[in-house]
Design a protein. Structure first.
Length: 224
């Protein structure tokens, strides 16, 4: 499937590419589609393509030595994956898993095109490193959250982030535990307390935010 040239303008920074570089990027890329649940990359695989997401989300997570899955970050439409960028720049294999959380449409830029444009185009190079530095900042924030923020605050913040327009979070206790790097039992206890306070209601695989303001107050009280 040949890429639509309009996708370039959906990524901040790429719209400034000069016509010749823009043409080379389009000619050297391919639009791909992945079904929800499809592995995008896995530990030990080589990073051969930079993916720029057009639609959907990709979840990046890592397994600890004990086998527990630890959520790192999500890649949303209009973004690229910092781990892929790092692996391509350093010629290293992946050290984490990337999984399509939803149906995904993305532009795949092969290594040859990536290396060529990073070397030739200051605009493309700035796009790559700006996205990279922004995500690194997000990862430092994640580390800060894990080390310094209380679990109830972290869970409240994540529920607010994941809620859809109907104020429903579609996730099991185990999934939320993975999101926050903690045990399912910890999540269950914390959610039970939120429910006691009238902030949420629970059903199988769902958390309904019925007192969003209470969750917001808890997050604000942490100084974040």
């Amino acid at each position: 499937m040949s890429p639509d040239t309009n996708w370039i303008d959906r990524f901040a920074g790429l719209g400034k590419l000069p016509p010749d570089i823009r043409a080379d990027l389009v000619a050297g890329s391919q639009v791909v589609s992945l079904a929800a649940g499809t592995p995008v990359f896995a530990p030990g695989q080589s990073a051969d393509h930079l993916l720029l997401l057009l639609e959907g989300t990709v979840r990046v997570q890592q397994k600890s030595e004990t086998g527990r899955e630890v959520f790192l970050y999500r890649v949303h439409a209009g973004e690229s994956c910092v781990l892929t960028t790092a692996c391509m720049l350093a010629f290293e294999d992946y050290s984490a898993d990337g999984i399509a959380e939803t149906d995904v449409t993305a532009v795949a830029i092969p290594r040859a095109t990536f290396d060529d444009l990073v070397a030739r185009s200051p605009v493309f190079r700035q796009f790559v490193f700006t996205a990279y530095s922004r995500r690194i900042t997000d990862l430092f924030t994640l580390i800060d959250d894990i080390v310094f923020r209380k679990m109830d605050v972290r869970l409240a913040s994540r529920l607010l982030e994941l809620a859809d327009d109907a104020q429903v979070v579609h996730a099991t206790h185990a999934t939320l535990g993975t999101e926050l790097g903690t045990a399912r039992e910890v999540i269950s206890r914390t959610l039970a307390e939120f429910q006691r306070r009238g902030w949420i209601e629970q059903s199988r695989g769902e958390v309904h935010l019925i007192g969003r303001q209470g969750l917001e107050r808890l997050v604000r009280s942490s100084g974040v």
